[in-house]
Design a protein around this ligand. Structure first.
Ligand code: SF4
Length: 374
């Protein structure tokens, strides 16, 4: 069996075993004349034990190890550089948020962020290198789309960040959010495969599904697929406006999935999973922060089992947007609360090192010199 993306890693002679899904590993070992259960052993060595060579896989027979070594290579995601915020660098940041630039096996770059907050350590991971959706406020969108990440490249980000968390504080990642670069629902198969590995109960890194949040700008087919998948991960929908015209301006993909369809998908998600949805709303000065905007948001949100997460817009050099003023934000919050909605106001973490929402980018876009997201 050849690697699914054969040709991407041109300088390497052998295909990377980590490009295969768990199911495909079954075909790999069968192709080497071995029983399929060996694929489970191989998967465990790669994703529970973190093996970086076949020789170390002691529970696998020497002959299979030899066959694997001569046909495949193991190449993982590597940390390229680190940008560390310190308390006080950005107003209100209580602990350092650390942004990592990671190099994928084919030399594409993505960013991941480690966000310690009280007892929590959250890993914010990327699902795509770049993003095709071109949201107006987002640096990743402005850098263009490179490719989808393999499931292993997603799990590798978490493992790399876990090693860092252990080094920094002896801590353990408590939450994972798919809010890094890319739209996770455009790469849902690999995201779900990564979630299955990260939540595997008898693996070394094992996290509960409810501690994982998958974020989307509102791709209806993806929300429907998630609803029927049986996964108990959390869903966050980046709304940013409950006005169709404004939403289309901020997120061009909204033309394809209008608010009415998005509402039906969220409603079906609530009913099928019994889970609430988080509606994420980034307050942008003079754009979506008026009492009228709050009224539209309240009218939209009241139909669902949901909470609203208000976040600050993080300024990006050369983008025309600015964060809402504190008084405006407080009025906005009050209006939502008066409508009986559950509202959280999230403090921006990592703005000082361009690690906050909307600021991740590994290369300059046409109008965004430096920075990403939902
Ligand atoms: S906000 Fe999310 S979906 Fe939109 S361009 Fe940025 S990464 Fe892509």
């Amino acid at each position: 069996m050849t690697a699914p993306n054969e040709g991407m890693d041109a300088p390497h002679a052998l295909p990377n075993i980590k490009e295969f899904t768990r199911e495909q590993l079954g075909a790999v070992v069968a192709g080497l004349g071995e029983p399929k259960f060996r694929a489970d052993q191989l998967h465990r060595w790669l994703y529970s034990q973190g093996a970086s060579d076949f020789d170390s896989m002691s529970s696998i027979s020497a002959s299979l190890r030899r066959k694997l070594s001569s046909a495949y290579d193991i190449r993982s995601v590597k940390i390229e550089s680190v940008a560390c915020g310190t308390p006080g660098q950005a107003a209100e940041e209580e602990s350092p948020t650390v942004k990592y630039l990671l190099r994928l096996p084919d030399d594409e770059l993505v960013e991941s962020v480690l966000i310690p907050s009280g007892e929590r350590i959250t890993a914010c991971v990327s699902s795509q290198a770049g993003c095709p959706l071109q949201c107006e406020f987002c640096a990743t969108g402005h850098m263009g789309f490179r490719r989808n990440l393999h499931a292993s490249e997603i799990t590798d980000q978490v493992y790399a960040l876990q090693d860092e968390a252990a080094l920094q504080s002896g801590g353990r990642i408590t939450n994972i959010v798919f809010m890094g670069m890319g739209e996770p629902l455009l790469n849902l198969q690999n995201v779900m495969e990564a979630v299955a590995t990260l939540t595997a109960k008898d693996y070394r890194f094992s996290i509960a599904e409810k501690r994982i949040t998958i974020s989307t700008v509102g791709l209806v087919p993806g929300i429907e697929r998630l609803a029927s998948s049986g996964l108990k991960t959390k869903l966050a929908v980046s709304l940013h406006s409950a006005d169709q015209e404004l939403r289309e301006r901020l997120m061009p993909v909204a033309r394809q999935y209008p608010l009415e369809d998005l509402g039906k998908a969220i409603d079906a998600y609530n009913r099928m999973t019994g889970l609430p949805v988080t509606l994420v709303y980034m307050l942008i000065d003079g754009v979506n922060d008026s009492p009228g905007d709050a009224r539209k948001l309240a009218r939209f949100a009241k139909r669902f089992l949901c909470k609203i997460n208000l976040i600050d817009y993080n300024s990006i050099v050369n983008f025309q947007f600015r964060p809402a003023h504190t008084d405006t934000r407080n009025t906005f919050v009050r209006q939502l609360l008066d409508n009986g909605l559950i509202v959280t106001v999230r403090k921006s973490q990592g703005a000082a090192i361009n690690a906050a929402c909307g600021q991740l980018a590994t290369r300059p876009g046409p109008t965004a010199p430096n920075r990403s997201n939902h």
